[in-house]
Design a protein around this ligand. Sequence first.
Ligand SMILES: *Cc1c(COP(=O)(O)O)cnc(C)c1O
Length: 426
Amino acid sequence: MKNNTSAQLFEKAKNFFPGGVNSPVRAFRSVGGTPLFIDKGKGSHIWDADGNELVDYCCSWGPLILGHANEKVLNAVEKTMRNGTSFGAPTRLENELAELILSNNPFIEKIRFVSSGTEAVMSAIRLARGFTGRNKILKFEGCYHGHSDSLLVKAGSGLVTFGNTSSAGVPESFVNETIVVSLNNKKAVEEAFAQFHNQIACIIIEPIPANNGLLLQDKDYLQFLRDICTKNGTLLLFDEVISGFRVGFTGAAGYYNIKPDIITYGKIIGGGFPVGAYGASKEIMSKISPEGGVYQAGTLSGNPVAMSAGIAQLSECLKPNFYKKLESKTQKLLSGLSQFKTKNFKVFSVGSIFWIAFTDKDKIQTAEDIDADSMQYFRTMYHHLLEHGIYMGPSGYEVGFMSEAHSDDDITKTIAAFHKALQHVQ
Ligand SMILES: *Cc1c(COP(=O)(O)O)cnc(C)c1O
């Protein structure tokens, strides 16, 4: 596979950006080698700067549920753009996207648009603190919630620990407000409530944890979190930046039929443009400025171009059988891959999200269950998949996404590519 042009562009980029990139995983450090610089995408395919054509299962890390350069999204965006790109004043498009979401989602009554998933989560945490008048938050090892200070923490060694910062530049005093426990562990959560009685503003969880492998939780566990929150006057915050509009229009809340108090969205909601959102009941949302005392604002919030992309994309998601078709396509890929057993090769999935792991376990529900040594197999497989025209997120901890644009031919080609790549792993 020729990649001279990407390699040259990467060398140049290193002069401009730390590590040559504007977001760390893009640098290919987990798999080694040169990141591909992408020139264009159409449907399920992307073309890199050297002209290589690849089937794309990264899909911009999830937002592109219709695939690249979808005509309906492009048309909507173009039409809006011709009338100006930003006003910093309300537009009818914000109403339209909000109505589309709220009238099809029984789990939230009001919403606020922001510009990224990180911003949505950061604001939702402030809201939880403002609403409850409490400071501490509880999060889980193995869940990612964007890069705001109080969430860049990882677990220490005890059952219930204050986080250790997982980034330089985060004051210890911030981290002392974040409690970190293992997923799938009721005892740790009970212990945390015993220890920090009346101090926990919210539990934040990715109800479908998909940023550190795919750590699917039992419904029983999520229900347990719902119940313990209710009992303690703590809010339950579902971070659905990945799972929202992905495992169904109503995300994981609908998938498990569990009602959290606050939900955050991102990725798919913006149709490939920078949009995030958080929503809750009218009562909780009334705490947000200018109605309430929790301040949150944004120059480009509810940007009309981004809103029209979101409207166009989510309208497609609402069509009958949209999610069913996506899921059956994913199942088709999975059943093709399930014949391969190299080094305990396994694929875990939910809806149109899938994750590849080399493991002897049949279920992986905590970060500790992931075998770091097995990542060497992923690295080898990854580069051979590229050679055979398959592109995925460049890390064994990242999940893959099926889009509406993936065809039967793509899937057949993908299975054949895995067959070849896994022979090299062997
Ligand atoms: C991607 C993601 C975020 C961060 O969103 P950005 O748009 O990258 O800031 C937060 N939470 C979850 C669950 C995510 O998947």
